[in-house]
Design a protein around this ligand. Structure first.
Ligand code: SF4
Length: 217
């Protein structure tokens, strides 16, 4: 089977929507989303969510508040996410930068053109390509397709891209998905990756898109 094209990608997204139900998402507060993304690095969704909830319950999640809070208090609250010292340091640094650069109002960044906004985000401590794109898509409503490890694996299996380079894989997905559908497509394909298309043991026999997949086992 050949690699998938735009038409097949749209069919795949329709099938996933039917299987996974309605995807509820709305634009999120960029600072809170950034904190959640820092906590999610190198840990499971369950652990990072636990840490985020503890932090949110005990502190007001604004740069103004977090720069003033003792690092040890943040470390204690985010322990379930692991690497708590490094993550607390990043949270403090990024809060400080956002206060300095945007007077605490991080949403100003989304008034910039997409590439400029991405550049500014990448200049912040602890913000890599994936985090920048998650913020652009889910806080800025910008037409980007963030790529994580699950989506790298899926890109190979669906023969969308074999590259290890973040931007090449992102652009390859974006060529197949219309701008307005990219954020929802990200959630649908990520869910497919997590539930069916794991790196070690893909569950091809029960995969909802097996009829479209060139790598079905
Ligand atoms: S058929 Fe298998 S390899 Fe293809 S997407 Fe589904 S789980 Fe992944």
């Amino acid at each position: 089977m050949k690699k998938i094209d735009k038409k097949q990608m749209l069919k795949i997204l329709t099938i996933l929507k039917k299987n996974f139900g309605k995807i509820d998402w709305s634009l999120e507060d960029p600072f809170k989303l950034l904190i959640a993304t820092i906590l999610s690095q190198h840990t499971s969704d369950k652990n990072s969510l636990k840490a985020y909830k503890r932090l949110e319950k005990n502190l007001e999640l604004t740069p103004k508040v977090l720069v003033k809070v003792d690092s040890r208090k943040i470390e204690e609250l985010i322990k379930p996410a692991g690497l708590w010292r490094i993550k607390a340091k990043r949270i403090k640094e990024v809060s400080n930068e956002i206060l300095k650069k945007f007077s605490g109002d991080f949403s100003k960044i989304f008034n910039l053109p997409l590439q400029d906004a991405r550049k500014v985000l990448l200049s912040l401590p602890g913000v890599g390509e994936k985090t920048a794109d998650v913020l652009l898509a889910f806080s800025g409503g910008m037409p980007v397709f963030p790529v994580d490890t699950h989506l790298f694996t899926l890109a190979k299996r669906l023969k969308i891209s074999n590259s290890k380079n973040y931007d090449s894989v992102r652009v390859a997905y974006e060529k197949l998905i219309p701008p307005k559908k990219r954020a929802e497509a990200h959630i649908l394909l990520l869910t497919l990756g997590k539930r069916y298309c794991g790196a070690l043991k893909p569950k091809c026999d029960v995969c909802p898109i097996k009829n479209f997949c060139p790598s079905k086992r």
